[in-house]
Design a protein around this ligand. Sequence first.
Ligand code: AP5
Length: 223
Amino acid sequence: MRIILFGPPGSGKGTQGELVEKKYGLPRISTGDLLRQAVADKTPLGLKAEAMMNGGRLVSDDIVEDLVRERTAEPDCHKGYLLDGFPRNIAQARSLEAMDPKRPEIVIEIDVGLDILVKRLESRRICVGCGAVYNNKLQPSKNEERCDSCGSPLHQRKDDQPEVIRERMRVYREQTEKLREYYLAKKVYTRVDGTGTVEEVFSRISRYLDRELVQAGSIKGLP
Ligand code: AP5
């Protein structure tokens, strides 16, 4: 099974993706995380991607598709995987089908209004040590400056500045939203209300996944 989480910047794909990974044991593949790692490591790919990411634009399809092709070929993905932030346009969706054609898929759009998204993104903070995600206003660490798990400092992503957030939203509306029609037509799409607490959103997602995965025979039934 392949689970695809899509939704606008700040809708909670990363937050919910981690919970889905933990509960269902499917590895989470976040193209944003893979690209940020490449930027931090200053690899040739990271150097190419950095300016696009900092400007809130999409990195070229061939770069991202290569990353996903490589990662999904690893042994832990044989039984299935969860994609967070990929595909981001129709060309990427088609390329995903071509690279792993037989795998059934479930597509979940996390739906959150613009005013909430902007608040979440402007106050998001990331641990420089372990990558844990906090939110100064909505989900603060105990000490605003440091990570609860590893004690490292927290920082703000460069693309969480107001003008870059606006550009990311524009790109989302222009390119990624089209996936809704695409996956609706394939009858693999559902929309989940992404407002409320993290736990409330996760219980909506996992109610849906429990049903779909049992039906698909991917899990035998859950307690
Ligand atoms: P990426 O990292 O994928 O960014 P994004 O899609 O813009 O999504 P975010 O990571 O900003 O948000 P999220 O939905 O994961 O929300 P989160 O859980 O963190 O991509 C970054 C860049 O990489 C792109 O702009 C592009 O340049 C490039 N890229 C990536 N994939 C690509 C692709 N396929 N093709 C081309 N380019 C690509 O939550 C946000 C905040 O809200 C957090 O602080 C969290 O604590 C808080 N929060 C979450 N849920 C709740 C809740 N229910 N209540 C209160 N707070 C909450």
